[in-house]
Design a protein around this ligand. Structure first.
Ligand code: ATP
Ligand code: MG
Length: 567
C-alpha cells in the first residue's frame, strides 16, 4: 500500500475524553473514528487489524469443529420474554418497536436466538453435541461507554453456543473452549490469565474469564502468590479471615455510644478492634417490579463486594440508600445491627457465622450492643459478601493473595439447562425421554481486542504492533521523494516484497522526514526501512519499532535482511 493513497487521517491531538493510550492512539493514528457515544467506525488500518484478529479466532474455532453461523442483530422481543430476560436484562437491553408496534431488541448476546434455531430441529441425542458460533455486532446500551473500543455500545463479539445431552459432555466442551481460548490469546501474543468469574446476567453455573493483565484494566483480579488460583474480585474466595488480636470477651449488653456513627468512632470508644465489629452497609435494591432497602452486614474491617451483594439479594442493581429512605423504613443510620432487626431485608457475611464477642448497632439512636453472638440467624441470611483484599489468605493453598488489574477479553460459561428449560427446547435422550438441552456459551470481545493489543503494547510515541496483528509489517520511508535514487530504490524493495505477499507500506508522501517518522512511530508497524541520504554511500537503515533501534545495512543486503525479519 502506498501511504499517499491510504486513508489514515493521523492527528496530533486526541479527543478530550480519551484517557487511555489505546483510545488516544486508535483515533490519533487513524484506525477508527468516533460516531457517537460508544459508537465507532473502523477505518482501513483499523479494519485490517480487526480482520486479522477475527481470522485467528475463526481459525481456532473451526479447528474445534464449531460451525460458524450468522444471527441477526435485530431479534424478536418475544424470545426474550420466553427466557425471562426481556425484563431482567435491565437498561443495557435496547428495546424498540416497528411501525406495526411489534417489539424487538438489539441483540446484546444471542442465547435466546440460538435456542430458537435448534428448538424443534434437534430432536434426538444422536444429533448432539452441536456447537454454533458467530462473529457479529452486539449492542448494549452501556451505562458508561468509555475507553474507546474497550467499552463501546456497539461492538463485535465472537459468541459460541454448544448443546449437549448431559452435564459431562457440556463440561468436556467447556474444557475444549478453555484450551482454544488459551491458544487464541497466546497466538495474539497477550499476557493473560483464565480466572474464576461471576456469571452475571448470562446466568448458569461455572464460568471463567480470560483477563489480559494490564494497568488500565477495569477489572480487579485476585491472584495467589503460590498456587494457580486466580479469580475476578467479583467471585474471589479467601480463607476465613482470622486475627491474633484478642477478642473483647463480654456478656451481651447495650452501651450508650452518643453520636458514634462510624466503625472507627465506635471501635475507638469501646476499645475494640474493627475485626470484632459488624458494619451495616445499606443499599437500595432495584428489582424488575420494585425497589427496596436491603442491609448487608460484614466485619468492620471488610468492604462489601457489590456483585456478591447483588447475587445474594437477587436484585438487578444496587444503589446507595439516602438517609431519608433509611429513616422511612425505620433504620437508625450509624446504629444498625442484625440483632432484633425486623424492619428490612438483611444479609450477613458468611464469615460471621457462629462468631462471638462482637459489637454492632442496637437499632436504637445512640446505642450499640457488645458481646453479640451470631447463632440465631436463619441459614438463608448468610452469603459471601466481602471483597477479597491483597494480603488475604488463599483458600486453596494458604499463601498470600494479591490484587492486580485486568481487561476481560473472553468469558466462557456452563449454562446448564437454564435457557433450554425456560424456552422449552428439548430432545429425546437414550431412553426416549424428553430432556432440556445442556448448554455452554463462549464469548470473545473481538473489537475490544483491537484496543487491548495497544494497551498491552505501546510507548509514549504510539502503538507497538506485533507481526500477528499489525496492519502492515514494514513501513518503507522515502526520506525525500524528490530524490530519484531514493524513490527508485524504495519502490523496488516495495514491489519485491508486495510481490511476495508481504503487507508493506511505502511512505511516498511529499512530506518532511520528521513528519513521516512521527507517523511511523504513532502507527507502530513492527519495522521501518529508512531510505535517506546515506543511500548515496550505499546504505539504508532498518528500525525496529519495539526498541526504536536502528541498524545500518548495505543497500544490497536490505531485502534479505527484511525477509528474515518479516518471516
Ligand atoms: P464486562 O464485564 O466487561 O462488561 P461482560 O461480562 O458484560 O463484560 P460478556 O457478556 O461475557 O461480557 O461478553 C463477552 C465478551 O464481550 C467480553 O469478555 C468482552 O471482551 C466483550 N464485551 C462485553 N461488553 C463489551 C463492550 N461494551 N464493548 C466491547 N466489548 C465488550
Ligand atoms: Mg458488561
Amino acid at each position: 500500500m502506498k501511504f499517499s493513497k491510504l486513508y489514515a487521517p493521523t492527528t496530533k491531538d486526541a479527543p478530550k475524553d480519551a484517557t487511555l493510550p489505546s483510545h488516544q492512539y486508535l483515533i490519533r493514528a487513524g484506525f477508527v473514528s468516533q460516531a457517537g457515544s460508544g459508537l465507532y467506525n473502523f477505518l482501513p488500518m483499523g479494519k485490517i487489524v480487526f480482520d486479522k484478529i477475527k481470522a485467528i479466532v475463526k481459525e481456532e474455532m473451526d479447528e474445534t469443529g464449531a460451525q460458524e453461523i450468522q444471527m441477526g442483530v435485530v431479534t424478536s422481543a418475544d424470545l426474550w420474554k420466553q427466557s425471562g430476560r426481556y425484563d431482567a436484562f435491565g437498561k443495557e437491553l435496547c428495546r424498540f418497536k416497528d411501525r406495526k408496534e411489534n417489539e424487538f431488541v438489539l441483540g446484546p448476546t444471542h442465547e435466546e436466538v440460538v435456542v430458537d434455531i435448534v428448538r424443534n430441529r434437534i430432536n434426538s441425542y444422536k444429533q448432539l453435541p452441536l456447537h454454533l458460533y458467530q462473529i457479529t455486532t452486539k449492542f448494549r446500551d452501556e451505562a458508561r461507554p468509555r475507553f474507546g473500543l474497550l467499552r463501546g455500545r456497539e461492538f463485535t463479539m465472537k459468541d459460541g453456543y454448544s448443546f449437549h445431552e448431559d452435564e459431562v459432555c457440556m463440561k468436556k466442551e467447556f474444557a475444549v473452549m478453555e484450551a482454544t481460548y488459551t491458544k487464541i490469546f497466546t497466538r495474539l501474543g497477550l499476557d493473560f490469565r483464565a480466572v474464576e468469574a461471576d456469571s452475571g446476567a448470562i446466568g448458569g453455573s461455572g464460568s471463567k474469564e480470560f483477563m489480559v493483565l494490564a494497568d488500565n484494566g477495569e477489572d480487579d483480579i485476585v491472584v495467589c502468590e503460590k498456587c494457580s488460583y486466580a479469580a475476578n474480585i467479583e467471585a474471589a474466595k479467601r480463607a476465613k479471615k482470622t486475627t491474633t488480636i484478642e477478642a473483647p470477651i463480654a456478656d451481651l449488653a447495650k452501651f450508650k455510644t452518643p453520636n458514634m456513627k462510624t466503625i472507627e468512632d465506635v471501635c475507638q470508644f469501646l476499645r475494640v478492634d474493627a475485626f470484632y465489629s459488624i458494619k451495616a452497609v445499606v443499599k437500595k435494591a432495584i428489582y424488575i417490579d420494585k425497589e427496596e432497602i436491603v442491609v448487608f452486614f460484614i466485619r468492620g474491617c471488610d468492604t462489601l463486594q457489590e456483585t456478591k451483594a447483588i447475587n445474594a439479594c437477587g436484585a438487578l442493581d444496587l444503589v446507595d440508600a439516602e438517609l431519608d429512605e433509611m429513616q422511612k423504613v425505620g433504620l437508625h443510620a450509624g446504629f444498625i445491627g442484625p440483632v432484633g432487626l425486623e424492619c428490612v431485608k438483611f444479609y450477613i457475611d458468611k464469615e460471621l457465622r457462629e462468631e462471638k464477642n462482637l459489637v454492632c448497632g442496637a437499632n436504637e439512636e445512640d446505642y450499640h450492643w457488645v458481646g453479640v453472638s451470631m447463632f440465631n440467624f436463619k441459614e438463608e441470611r448468610y452469603a459471601d459478601l466481602v471483597a477479597v483484599n491483597a494480603g488475604d489468605t488463599c483458600a486453596c493453598c494458604g499463601e498470600s493473595l494479591y490484587v492486580t488489574k485486568g481487561i476481560e477479553v473472553g468469558h466462557i460459561f456452563q449454562l446448564g439447562q437454564k435457557y433450554a428449560k425456560a424456552m422449552g427446547a428439548t430432545f429425546l435422550d437414550k431412553n426416549g425421554k424428553a430432556q432440556p438441552f445442556f448448554m455452554g456459551c463462549y464469548g470473545i470481545g473481538v473489537s475490544r481486542l483491537v484496543a487491548v493489543m495497544i494497551e498491552a503494547s505501546h510507548d509514549e510515541k504510539g502503538c507497538i504492533w506485533n507481526k500477528q496483528t499489525a496492519p502492515y509489517l514494514l513501513d518503507i520511508i522515502i526520506s525525500n521523494v524528490k530524490d530519484e535514487a531514493q524513490n527508485a530504490y524504495a519502490t523496488a524493495i516495495y514491489e519485491a516484497l508486495t510481490c511476495e505477499k508481504y503487507a508493506v507500506l511505502l511512505d511516498d508522501r511529499n512530506e518532511r522526514f520528521g513528519f513521516k517518522i512521527k507517523d511511523y512511530e504513532l502507527i507502530g508497524l513492527p519495522y521501518a526501512l529508512i531510505v535517506g541520504k546515506e543511500l548515496e554511500e550505499g546504505f539504508v537503515e532498518i528500525v525496529e519499532r519495539k526498541t526504536l533501534e536502528k541498524t545500518v545495512v548495505k543497500q544490497e543486503d536490505a531485502l534479505s535482511k527484511i525477509r528474515e525479519l518479516l518471516a
